[in-house]
Structure formats: C-alpha cells, structure tokens
Design a binder for this molecule. Structure first.
Ligand code: SF4
Ligand code: SF4
Length: 764
C-alpha cells in the first residue's frame, strides 16, 4: 500500500495567509502518513527532508503543496516515487489576497486543493515505460537537398547512421543547379559559389551515410524506432506505393467542377483512410528509427493564360526559377539569343490590394530577386540595368546588408509600386507600367526581359512524398490548413509533423534560404535523435518528454466506435481486423485526446484517467448551507492557459476564490463524464480554458481544444434539455500571453454563474 507524505511550503506568504495547522490536520485526515512543513522547501535542506522520508520512512507518494508545479519541477525526483504538486502559492495565496483580514474563502480554496491532490495521489499508479527492444538507431532522410544533406552530416557527427533517398540522379537538388548563392557570412554583400558541391563531397566521403539516388520512398509502415521503409525506382510504380487513386469522376465535384489539387488530396486521403490492405508491411523493407522529411519544394509556374496582364506566355517573361537556369548556363540572354541587358523583376502580380504576392512568395523570392538583379549587373557592368518593382521587400536579418549594397549600385533601380501591365513594346522588348511608385506617380520602363517572383510550393502539397501505412491515411492530414506545408505547430514545435518520429526540414516546412535549410536540417536531425532515445527508454517526445506513461485501453468494453482512432491527432492508433483500436505507444504523445473522446470511458493513463479526475472533482467540498459560496471547476490546459495563470498570479492579478482549477494535458483530454461529475456533485459551472483553434491554431496537440469545443456544444445541449442553463459550461480560448486577461475571463464566468444562482441539481 502506498505511503503518502505531504509537504507544505510555508514561504512566499503561504504561511502568513493560510492556517497551516488546519491544512496539516486535513492532510492527515485525508490519509497522508507524514505531513511536514518547511519555509524553504525548495532549498537543499527542504529537499533533503523529503528525501529522508522517502529513504527512511518508506514514503512512495509525495505531495508538494507549495509553488506551481511548473516551478523547480526536477528537484523532487526520487526513483520509484510518484510526485504530485499542488499550487498553494500561485493559485491560492498570490492570486487571492485577504479580504480585509477575512481569509475564509482563501483557506477553503487551499483545503480543496489539498483534498484534490490527496484524492489523486491515492489513485495514481507508477507509470511503466513501454520500451522497445533494440530500436533502430538509423535515420531515413527523404530528400537529398541542402536540408537533407545537412541533417545527414549532423547525424553522422553525432554518431548516427542515415540513408538519404533522393529521387533525382544527383544530390543537391536546386541548390546544386544555381550560378551563385547569396552570402552566408561577412561582408554579406558578395555573391558566393554554391555550397552544395562541398556538402555532396562530404556526404560521399562519410561512411555513416548511405545515398540512394534515383530512388523514392514507396511506403513507410510501423512506428518510431522500427519504421519499415520500402523503396522504388523514381517515377516507377511499385506494389508498396499503392494507395487507391481517385477515379477520373472523383476529381470533380457534384456540379462537375474540377476539384483543386488540395481538395483532391484530401479526398484521396479520405478514400484510403482505414484501409486494412494498405496496412501491410513489406517483409523486405529497411528498418529505421526516425525519418527526416526534406523532400523540398517545387517552383510555382503560372498556368497558361494566367497573369495575362504581365504578358505571361511571352518568351521574354520568365519565372525567377527559369531565370536562374538561364544564368547558370552563362550570360543572361533571352530565348532569341539577344543579350538581356535590362531586366525588370516583378515581385507582385498586380495592383489589387489583396493580391500583393504571387502564390508561395516569401522572403526567399525577395532575396532571389536581389541576387538575380545582381547577376544582370555582373554580366553587364557598363550598361546593365535591373529594375525591381515590389510591394513587399523582405530581407530579414543580415540580408538587409545585401539589399543595401544593391541600393548603392547606380545600375539598380528599386521601388515600391504596382506593376499593372507588361506588354510587347513593338521594338523587340517589353514595356512595364508601374503605378503608385514610392518615388511618386506612375512610370513606364522598356526592358529586354521580365522576371516574375514566383514562389516555392512544398512538395507535400501535391506529391505523395510519403505514403504512411497508417489507418489515418497515407498522407499528412490537414495540410490544407498550412497551404500544404508539413508542420504540426509553427510556433511551438518547429520540425514536428502530425506523425511522431517524422520531422520536417527545409522547403516542406516553409520557404527558406539555403542558409536556413542548413540550420533546419540540423534541427530536424536533433529531433530525430531525441525520438531514437525516447523509444529506447520508453518516454514520450515533446511536449511531454518526461512522460513514461502511455494510454491503457480496457478493450472488453470497447464498442469499436472508432472515435479514439479518428480523433488521435498523431495517428497513434490503428484498427485491428475487427475495428478495435490497436495502440502504437511509440507514436503516442500522451495528449489524452483518445481518453476525452471515448464514450465508454475505457481509456486512461496510470496517473491521469477518468476515475482520478472524477475523484478530484468529487473531493471539492460543496458548502450547501451558504448561497454565496457557489463552486465551479475550471479545466485548464497545462500548456498555455495554466502558465498564463501562473504569470497572472506572479504579477499580482487576482480572481474569484469560488472556482477550483484542475490542470489537464490538453482540452482534448477532457471527457464529458467529468462535466457530468462536476454538475452532479454540486458544481455550479464548468469553465474550460484551452488553446486557440482555427487555421492558425496554437494547440500543442493540434486540435484538442477545437475537439473539446465540439464536445462541449453537445454537453450544453444536454444541459439545456435537462432545464439547466447551457451557459454553465463554457470554453474560452487563452494563449500564454493572455496572462493579463485570464483572471478577467475567470471572473466574467463566475459573475455569469453567480447571476444564474446555484445549479438546480445541487443537493440531489
Ligand atoms: S494519448 Fe494522444 S497521441 Fe496517444 S493515442 Fe491517445 S490521442 Fe493518440
Ligand atoms: S473511443 Fe472507446 S469505445 Fe470507441 S473505439 Fe475507442 S476505445 Fe473503443
């Protein structure tokens, strides 16, 4: 039987604000075998006090009642001992100053947090890691451009083997086919020779790197640590790259209109979702521990008839990519062989205010235009003329030096302005009309050639660069949210994809310069190493990197409703032949979304499950003799909303003492049974604070917050049908920098509930 020690920190104002003796008695009554206080609990002496009880008194469950769980989280880390932390500092004392000496509400708050933590600690079991036996330590790199090569070299330096799969017959991709490269070091003004050949030579000389050129990935099956990759010759079909394609009819909508490439991809993914036959594993597949997806980008080439006002289709109007090809061959000349001594670089397609950029334009297109303009001046130093017409000139960081150096060149003309027309000037050249220029008024210039600053399309947008043998379908989901870029969370987790163990680098992640690609390859390589280590020891990857637990399913009661398999953001759950979920712990990120989704309540973790949180709720004391003392539960996402509360408290913000905060891994993990538990155990309202959702979502687990929103809509309807105001259950989106608003959000909710009065089911 577990022996619980509960330790109360009395520093930082806790000892003065609270009746510590009463808290001690309460903890003992709730079952703590040892209760001690310390005014400097996080000091070596305080930690030693707890350690002594662990080693000498056999304490194996510890509750630290003091600072936020986010504070000094590693100090109390004793092998085999479960540590629970409850916040008396931020959530009680700092955020609830005494009301003219009356501390009754604050004391009740602290006592509830002690009850809740005791309820939890009595029910948790120590997580048992799911270790993989001899996981592969080798990394598959899809794409041999700068990002892929950089990843391979970094991995090799760290001692890891990798295989680069490149569909072209040579490594290097576009970076190997350029004339010059923008500077990557001081003085940042001179173009340099491409670095790709140097990287290729290093790759070829490195015994830890295997290169397969003219090869594509056909299918990837299994889990991190044991990915099974099947290859095929580039452009050739193989039995392992056989998701069912859309039929010609399926490429059109009900009105006979052809679906966009993105919509076709979505439909194709949905068509293959859940296909059992596609889940087979190639017995000859090669085994890898992790994948770096660096399949790069494709140049955007306008379709015939597009940009007619820019004379697209005229042989002397080219894209920036085509211009680089011309430059690589020698001097800048036109298709008819005439020297192109004056060139206009058109950075934006027109005058319409909402159409400033070509698709997939970025800082790279600005920087490329500057580089190409310099080619013209290098080829024709006497009489060469470069005109750059832009709406946005994006030259981040040191590229500003490069930009400035060109501004000083008298053969260079740069201005903001809308290029409204390009046409044949009747004299063998083109006339370019520019309106609203920065220098004032409109202008027209005659040039030999026009270059359109078209962007870089990620290969993940249209191509099947990776074919997963996952029940969730062969491609990444939700790419349309990010215009086809392969990234699960731009802000917080660069390199992450929605498939654990697969890390994106380079042009599939965002448009980037060669220098950025090198850095990106390094970042993705580090992430790959992290997952190799994680599967070896059995803990989660980011963001719950320390978590050794994984979800347990009580399959006897599974109805095969598939909610968990469909809602898992990371494709961690397959189906077996009967449609029962088949967990893949190495893919799991421990978000708990499956637990929140399961109507049978049969999914849970050893220290976070339906019963544990339900017990915490039921242990909140409900004063039924005082109408003033309403009670609410606030489920708070631990990733953003909870830190926002901590920050608010540390800045002296306060909120009503009526609600009780329960941190959750993600709002996606909130099961509706907890709402029912709360309402039936006398809570007067339930508030959920989670990450922002929508196209620029911020949720660490992709869609948890949004899924919770949908579930809560259903809860609200059920409440309404019972005659309970649906406003008693509410979800608010909070980001970490909303620390100045979060206390008001809570107070507004409390005010609303107080206005409604007690939950009509209170006391039943
Ligand atoms: S905890 Fe999250 S990642 Fe793991 S199986 Fe459940 S939903 Fe998927
Ligand atoms: S959500 Fe629950 S009941 Fe439905 S398939 Fe998953 S485990 Fe089974």
């Amino acid at each position: 039987m577990a022996k619980v020690g509960l330790y109360i920190y009395t520093g930082d104002g806790i000892g003065e604000a609270l009746d510590i003796a009463a808290l001690t008695n309460l903890a003992q009554k709730e079952g703590a075998a040892i209760v001690k206080t310390h005014d400097d609990l996080y000091s070596p002496a305080g930690i030693q006090m707890v350690k002594d009880d662990v080693e000498k008194e056999g304490v194996d469950r510890v509750v630290i009642a003091g600072a936020s769980p986010r504070y000094e989280y590693k100090d109390f880390d004793f092998p085999g001992v479960y540590i629970e932390k409850t916040s008396l500092r931020e959530l009680v004392v700092w955020s609830h100053p005494s009301d003219n000496g009356n501390n009754e509400h604050v004391q009740e708050l602290a006592e509830d947090y002690i009850r809740m933590s005791m309820a939890k600690i009595k029910k948790v079991a120590m997580p048992v890691p799911e270790k993989m036996e001899a996981p592969s330590q080798k990394v598959l790199i899809v794409g041999g451009g700068i990002a892929g090569m950089s990843a391979a070299l970094e991995l090799a330096e760290a001692g890891f083997e990798s295989t680069i799969v490149e569909k072209e017959n040579e490594l290097g991709s576009f970076a190997a086919k350029i004339r010059k490269q923008t500077p990557i070091g001081p003085d940042y003004t001179t173009l340099i020779d491409p670095i790709a050949p140097g990287l290729i030579a290093k790759i070829n000389a490195n015994s830890k790197i295997t290169v397969k050129t003219g090869t594509e990935l056909a299918r990837i099956a299994n889990v991190p640590g044991n990915y099974r990759a099947s290859f095929k010759s580039a452009g050739v079909k193989s039995e392992w790259d056989a998701p069912i394609p859309l039929t010609p009819e399926e490429k059109f909508d009900a009105n006979g209109k052809e679906l966009s490439a993105e919509d076709q991809k979505k439909k194709y993914n949905a068509k293959n979702e859940g296909r059992q036959d596609y889940m087979q594993v190639d017995s000859n597949a090669e085994i890898f521990g992790a994948v770096v997806l660096a399949s790069g980008w494709k140049p955007f080439v306008p379709a015939e008839g597009e940009y007619a006002h820019l004379a697209w289709g005229n042989p002397n109007v080219v894209t920036n990519h085509q211009f680089e090809d011309i430059a690589k061959k020698g001097k800048i000349v036109r298709a008819d062989g005439k020297e192109a001594k004056s060139v206009a670089f058109v950075m934006s397609p027109g005058a319409k205010k909402d159409d400033f950029d070509f698709p997939y334009a970025s800082a790279v297109t600005s920087i490329s235009a500057l580089k190409h303009a310099k080619y013209v001046r290098e080829d024709y130093p006497q009489d060469g003329k470069s005109y750059i017409f832009y709406q946005h000139m994006r030259t981040p960081g040191k590229y500003e030096y490069f930009y400035k150096s060109l501004q000083n060149d008298e053969g260079m003309f740069l201005t903001k302005g809308a290029v409204t027309e390009v046409k044949d000037n009747g004299q063998g050249g083109l006339s370019v009309k520019v309106e609203d220029t920065l220098i004032g008024g409109d202008m027209t210039v005659d040039v030999d050639m026009v270059v359109l600053a078209t962007g870089m399309i990620p290969t993940t947008k249209e191509e099947a660069v990776i074919n997963f043998a996952y029940r969730q379908g062969p491609a990444f989901r939700d790419l349309e949210l990010f215009q086809g870029y392969c990234d699960s969370n731009f802000i917080c987790f660069p390199y992450e994809t929605r498939r654990t163990g697969v890390y994106a680098a380079g042009g599939v992640r965002r448009a980037m310069t060669i220098e950025d690609e090198m850095e990106d390859g390094t970042g993705a390589a580090l992430k790959a190493i992290q997952v190799l280590k994680a599967v070896e020891v059995g803990h989660a990857v980011h963001p719950r990197t320390w978590d050794y637990d994984w979800p347990d399913f009580y399959f006897q009661r599974c109805t095969q409703c598939k909610r968990c398999t469909e809602e898992c953001p990371f494709g961690a759950l397959d189906d077996d032949e009967k449609g029962t979920p088949k967990p893949n712990p190495a893919r799991c990120r421990r978000c708990g979304t499956c637990m929140g989704a399961c109507p049978e309540r049969i999914i849970g973790f050893k220290d976070y499950n339906i019963d544990i949180v339900g017990s915490m709720i039921k242990n909140i004391e409900v004063p039924d003799d005082d109408e003033e003392k309403l009670r609410m539960v606030v489920f708070v996402c631990e990733n953003d909303a909870y830190p926002a509360l901590d920050i608010a408290a540390s800045q002296g913000k306060s909120w009503s003492p009526l609600p009780r905060i329960i941190p959750v891994r993600c709002l996606g993990s909130v099961n509706v049974s907890w709402i029912k538990d709360a309402m039936s155990s006398g809570m007067d309202g339930v508030l959920l604070l989670g990450c922002k959702y929508g196209d620029d979502y911020q949720c660490h687990f992709a869609k948890g917050s949004e899924l919770a929103g949908k579930r809560m809509d259903n809860v609200a309807e059920s409440l309404k049908s019972l005659g309970v105001e649906k406003e008693r259950v509410k979800l608010e989106q909070v980001s970490i920098d909303d620390y100045d608003k979060v206390s008001q959000i809570i107070n507004d909710f409390v005010e609303e509930v107080v206005g409604m009065g007690p939950n009509p089911f209170k006391g039943f």
